[in-house]
Design a protein around this ligand. Structure first.
Ligand code: AMP
Ligand code: ZN
Length: 137
């Protein structure tokens, strides 16, 4: 995809700070990190979101995500690691080439991932049933 920044990185047309590469997967540093070492893991094939990714590519990306998480832990001695993945603009996706963020975390670094709110009476069961009805189809 000519218009996709990550496809251009895969092709080498745009430079990146690579951490890992094989036939199917590439990992490189995010240029705008939450913390230094914040990495991205992408399939080389272009898929817009998790709903589109080929299962075999998804498995390969998952294995490399673990490898990068371990490398961040061992190299940076981070206290924690977030593995995050955004789909569609409503969820904060800016680059429409499926990617996983692997973020080294340090005690007191101030990055807040989310704040949950409890269900109202009966609402948990209601949403569970809605989702199950689709999964069981
Ligand atoms: P998302 O909001 O999940 O789509 O995240 C896209 C990420 O890609 C952001 O964290 C950006 O900082 C990062 N990004 C954008 N362009 C580049 C680039 N050329 N090299 C590395 N990371 C990039
Ligand atoms: Zn792409």
């Amino acid at each position: 995809m000519e218009s996709c920044i990550f496809c251009q990185i895969v092709k080498g047309a745009i430079p990146s700070a690579k951490l890992y590469e094989d036939d199917a997967v590439l990992s490189f540093l995010d240029i705008n990190p939450i913390n230094p070492g914040h990495a991205l893991v992408i399939p080389k094939n272009h898929y817009p979101t998790i709903l589109d990714v080929d299962d075999e590519d998804l498995k390969k990306v998952a294995v490399v995500t673990k490898l990068i998480a371990k490398a961040l832990r061992d190299a940076l001695f981070c206290d924690g690691i977030n593995v995050l993945q955004n789909n569609f603009e409503a969820a904060g996706q800016l680059i429409h080439h499926f990617h996983i963020h692997v973020i080294p975390r340090f005690e007191g670094d101030g990055f807040k991932v989310w704040s949950g709110k409890p269900y109202k009476e009966g609402a948990m069961k209601e949403v569970q049933e809605k989702i199950l009805a689709v999964i069981k189809k």
